[in-house]
Design a protein around this ligand. Structure first.
Ligand SMILES: Nc1ncnc2c1ncn2[C@@H]1O[C@H](COP(=O)(O)OP(=O)(O)OP(=O)(O)O)[C@@H](O)[C@H]1O
Length: 497
């Protein structure tokens, strides 16, 4: 929207010259010229000349239609890159992919700019030729031809007074037409001016907001819960963030950007090597905890001790796949040079892909250097496996797994979890799958009402409890049937009596 507004503002501003200044000048010049009365003899010669030169001009006209199609295609690709950036902004920010994304956007932008420059250069030369021909050459010819009877006595032109009058009539008529056309354009430009005022207001609001952000003054439209006195107090506060090997939250509120308080005060700590499982109902703030860990959301109170964001890697349910080659997907946000600098080869990458049973994808897709829209080329499960391969490539201290195995089969899930723990990656997992419990030492259980329980996770005990609970729930489903049957039996019994 912002880019669209700026584009419309710029094009309207640029059109001001042709819509306003030029017609005004034309009106003045034509009106002046009208008073001069120049001749228009040799109209036929002029027509032939106009037709011939117009045909010539058409032959040398660059293919502007094809240029426009290419422009639209390139601009569409740039918009697409922007929209995927907006869609996956959180994942990209988490993985520190800003530089890679900037490079991709700049590459698409540079392609658009180069093409537009080429078109504009050709348009400029063509415009000069066209204007020169139409306005000045044809105009000059007209004047020269009109001047002939003034200097030479042409056969059949005895009545100089009549010729002079005809000349005056034709010229006056053309000048009058041009003058009225220019005046009309001045009138139309009023509409453009008011539209420009609207776009100027939008762009100026944007500039003011950016200036406010630079100064750290940022007011956000908060939801109703933010106006409650206690919530407002939390929102005004600021917590501390300290770097540490382990992760520790001390009385930290979890607050959404809208000002909704999901958890009033969260305290827990895990050491590097202690795997944490996070569970709770939808929308209770499980992923929001990761946003605070990744530095995407501010800390409104308490103390957060955590490693720097570079030591985390996030695998969301829908992993982000960038624009680029197959290799780029595995090493994102690194590029090939970074990979070589780390001493990793394509063979190493193949071994990593073999862990997630995706090594066949290299041959299937035509090699490491094949670039595709991987979002469409890979299935949901394959995307998750690629994201896990990315985790094994980067081998960070902490992995944030947000429903990261929801689309892969259980045996693959086990393989991936085993490999991650073998590499010494500490897992922070959000998942509803009981099969993942056994990989974790601690559990953070949100109740969905702003409360939580943080405790050791005894997977076996928890599994046994869950199985007993499920068995009881199944039995309870049969209770109405048993009750109905009992009532039937009682009725039969009383009938017999
Ligand atoms: N960028 C945001 N701006 C405003 N509110 C947000 C934003 N991101 C999340 N929220 C809100 O914060 C709340 C918690 O979101 P979160 O993603 O942490 O839920 P969750 O516990 O992970 O749920 P789920 O299990 O469905 O993924 C939700 O009500 C959501 O609407």
């Amino acid at each position: 929207m912002i880019t669209h507004d700026i584009q419309r503002f710029s094009s309207h501003l640029a059109a001001i010259y042709s819509n306003l200044a030029k017609p005004v000048l034309d009106v003045i010049l034509y009106n002046y010229q009208l008073s001069q009365n120049v001749g228009a003899e040799g109209l036929l010669v002029l027509t032939i000349l106009v037709q011939t030169t117009a045909a010539l001009l058409r032959r040398v006209t660059p293919p502007f239609g094809a240029y426009a199609a290419t422009s639209a295609q390139l601009a569409g690709a740039l918009r697409h890159t922007h929209s995927r950036l907006a869609e996956f902004a959180e994942e990209i920010a988490f993985m520190g992919g800003e530089e890679t994304e900037k490079m991709l956007v700049e590459r698409d932008y540079a392609t658009v700019v180069l093409h537009e420059r080429k078109v504009l250069r050709r348009r400029w030369w063509f415009g000069c030729a066209e204007e020169g021909l139409v306005k000045w050459t044809w105009g000059a010819f007209g004047l020269v031809l009109c001047a002939i009877p003034v200097f030479f006595k042409l056969p059949g032109m005895e009545n100089v007074d009549l010729g002079g009058r005809t000349e005056g009539f034709v010229t006056n008529r053309r000048l009058l037409l041009s003058s009225s056309d220019a005046f009309g354009r001045v009138m139309y430009s009023y509409k453009d001016l008011s539209e420009l005022a609207g776009y100027t207001a939008r762009v100026s609001l944007l500039l003011d907001t950016m200036e406010d952000i630079k100064k750290g003054k940022f007011e956000k439209a908060l939801v109703s819960s933010a106006s409650i006195e206690e919530n407002a107090k939390i929102l005004q506060g600021r917590g501390e963030v300290m770097f540490s090997e382990n992760i520790e939250f001390e009385n930290v509120p979890i607050v959404t950007p809208n000002g909704d308080i999901l958890v009033r005060s969260l305290s827990f700590s895990i050491k590097h090597g202690q795997h944490l499982l996070i569970v709770g109902p939808n929308g209770c703030g499980k992923s929001s905890l990761f946003r605070i860990l990744g530095g995407l959301w501010p800390v409104y109170g308490g103390i957060v001790r955590k490693p720097p964001p570079s030591e985390f890697l996030l695998i969301p349910q829908r992993p982000y796949l960038s624009v680029g080659t197959l290799r780029d997907q595995v090493i994102y946000p690194h590029n090939k040079e970074d990979m070589i600098a780390r001493g990793i080869t394509d063979e190493d990458l193949l071994r990593i892909l073999a862990v997630v049973q995706m090594d066949n994808v290299v041959d299937r897709e035509g090699g490491w250097d094949v670039a595709r829209e991987w979002r469409d080329a890979l299935s949901g499960g394959d995307k998750q496996k690629i994201a896990w391969a990315r985790l094994f490539y980067h081998n960070p201290k902490y992995a944030i797994l947000d429903e990261a195995t929801s689309l892969v089969p259980p045996d693959m899930e086990g393989r991936m979890m085993d490999h991650a723990t073998k590499l010494g990656i500490t897992l922070l997992t959000v998942s509803h799958r009981p099969s993942l419990w056994k990989y974790h030492h601690m559990i953070l259980h949100y109740d969905g009402q702003g409360g939580y329980v943080f405790t050791k996770l005894d997977a076996e005990k928890r599994l046994a409890i869950q199985q007993e609970k499920q068995a009881l729930e199944t039995k309870l489903l049969d209770v109405p049937k048993w009750k109905a049957r009992l009532a039937e039996l009682k009725a039969v019994e009383s009938g017999d009596a």
